[in-house]
Design a protein around this ligand. Sequence first.
Ligand code: HEC
Length: 177
Amino acid sequence: MQGPFVIAAASILAGAALAQAYRPGPENIAFPAGFEREFIRYATVDKPDRKIVRFLYVNREAFEAARQGEPLPYGTVIVMADKRARLGADGTPLLDLDGRIITEPDYTVVAVQQKERGWGEGYGPEKRNGEWEYASFTPEGQRRSVSLDGCFSCHLQARKAEDYAFQFWDYVQARRR
Ligand code: HEC
């Protein structure tokens, strides 16, 4: 009769250890596979100066739960996926009939920020972005070996009062429902 009890106790302990296993770093964020299908695209930003278009997605739960004037909910996953502009013979982006940039088909980079309760613990005040982590992936879901210090410092300096988010914060404040 000891076996099942030992196994049960061991798995409870393993669960507790997992729950406490947060260490600051991008590995906390998993690649949001299928984001184009599963998430909501709430904004698309043309960047003619950089000759890119940024496609901005958020997970449905956060899209529903976010409220004006309140910090973004735990479990928010924001995806910013870039595509290159398709260029004309003169090297400038081609525009569609709405004046929006026409893109090349493939994403070049998939940047993610995610907020979970207790995250951010361990970063110093010069870096910590509340309970957010950042990660950068290739479109295939491989982690890109780039420094993420810039993500923290830019979002911290520019958007501390907006819960470290940009377009999603603005979207939530502006929407009518
Ligand atoms: C120099 C400033 C700067 C740096 C560095 C930076 N960002 Fe951003 N980030 C922005 C701005 C500005 C936006 C809004 C989209 C736009 O206008 O390009 C943004 C938007 C985002 C969004 C969408 C947020 C939203 O609310 O819509 C994510 C996700 C994101 N950044 C992740 C990252 C990651 C990951 C890194 C580091 C690899 C990073 N950012 C580095 C300025 C920065």
